[in-house]
Design a protein around this ligand. Sequence first.
Ligand code: GLA
Length: 668
Amino acid sequence: MYRFKLFILSFFTGCWLNAQNVVWLDELDLSVSTQGHGTPGINTSVAGKPLTIAGEVFKRGFGTHAESSLLIKLDGKASKFTAFVGLDDEVKGQNPAVEFEIYGDNRKLWSSGIMKLGDKAKPLSVPLKGMKQLELLVTDGGNGPYYDHANWVNARFETDGAMTLKTFNPISSEEYILTPKSPAIPRINSAAVFGVRPGSPFLFRIPATGEKPMKFVVKGLPNGLRLDSKTGVITGKLDKKGIYEVELIAENTKGKISKKFKINCGEKIALTPTMGWNSWNCFGLEVSADKVKRAADALIKSGLADHGWSYINIDDSWQYNRDFKDQAKMRDGKGFIIPNEKFPDIKSLADYVHDNGLKIGIYSSPGPWTCGGSLGSFGYEKQDAESFAKWGIDYLKYDWCSYGGVLEGLPENDPFKVPSLAFQGGGDPEKGVKPFKLMGSLLRHQPRDIVYNLCQYGMGDVWRWGDNVDAQSWRTTNDITDTWASVKSIALAQDKAAPFAKPGNWNDPDMLVVGEVGWGNPHKSRLKPDEQYLHISLWSIFSAPLLIGCDLEKLDDFTLNLLTNDEVIAVNQDALGKQGVCLQTVDELKIYVKALEDGSKAVAFANFGREKVNMSYNDFSKLGIAGKQTIRDLWRQKDITKLNTTNESLPLDIPAHGVAYYKFNGIK
Ligand code: GLA
């Protein structure tokens, strides 16, 4: 009897336990989630600290960073999800905002509304009966993803007995190489045009692939310029304005090739978008002259320079940092800046870069401090512009940073007290423009061409006035990170600035986040391979400055394949200088079109959705394309079909977060 009772009891408790099993969110595989920054915190915040919301500490949960998405397979096994959500106290002093959202089978089930720092943890309870799939999302709350450390705490599922649930990421991780290897016969990969001002030092390295050694000849080279026939580097100076049409010739034992090339000597420079490398995303504040030198060597050795990559740009931290405190060592008696110990001789570094036929860039701020807290140009703009020219600098990135503090009035007139980042005021049509105009006109008066890049994250519609302050390019958006959320939101924000792009004026959506990035925490780009193809294709069709942000000494084959596709680069460098825009949206497929100088069109079918796109496309009139066309796959460098776009359709098969990048060439 006793045994029977025990059986009954255990039968019922067993069933009850089975039916009511609890699975904690923190027990699932969170590594597949995508998030705007850092790695998922299991029972910690994204910064690895105890989960804390409005003073309350929680033992269990998932600490993430907006924009964040975690997908969970439920397959009808869960009946309820309960949790508390909120921003982590660790970002005190900042102004984050987020919205937590829950989607079940692609339907919105719950949303927290906008949450701010200090808001008490918000409870939630969502019934899940019968549901197949759940998504836990954290959006940026409408003010960008800065400092959005978001926590799902005490988060648990009630299941029908299932002991765990599967998380997943629908985007493929498979790396595949599309760019064909360059042939042994010579190919000249330069843009068709190059701009220089009269009287400025001329430096141009003919980018050519093919078996080395190679011999270069330039037919019709104007007086004042000379060619090194072994390296293909053209130097010298042109005194007179004019368009000089020359022919570049490259020859090796396998063959010979020639290409028409226009040297446009006039007021405009950067007639095609800048292509090169920038130190920030891989070296951050740890950049040094040695690392920059090695990056220049790697640009040549990897072959990237043979595809047109030519600028080596030093970002923040060649100057003394404000932690250093000894102001007397930061500038000399006449106010000329003294670089820090990591950069003992910038002039000889620039000479080294130039001797390789490459160009060198530098970085400063109109404020007293850069974003990283290094000495800015405020009050010493003239001396800095002169130093840059004297050292042989070819490019300046000028970053707003602490200038917001200047507008607010320097605290006790002491620049050391200005907060290092203050975005305020940059949109003001006078105050926001003034410091950029000042540096622009100073650079214009130097005896060399210095490409001028404004970095103020798009405030005050910079694309409308950037040209007036003598800038050649300007950042349109906030800092990029190697996450899908970042690339997607930046890509989708470019169209409004597109009409302002033209030869000599480029919208800059920020650097390329491919290869090994992340200083202090070097890692492969967290973008999936298809996302990287989409990223490079869009930056190509946007006519964006192309600045590689990874460690050039650690290039893998996949990354090299992304950066050495001459047909993808040629669209970016097209001499017409138009920026491609989205002309049609079909669900989450966006179709970007860019008109090219030869009358053809580049078309990027960019799939921003999580499902693959499989369709027969025939809406060509929306893209401004008509009649018979040859369609070329730019990544594969292959004609794929001939089509009468008036009555035939094009099959599209595009992976989730991937792209098909084509060129449409009219057949006469
Ligand atoms: C800002 C810029 C970045 C980089 C850093 C350096 O955030 O947008 O590209 O230059 O400053 O501190």
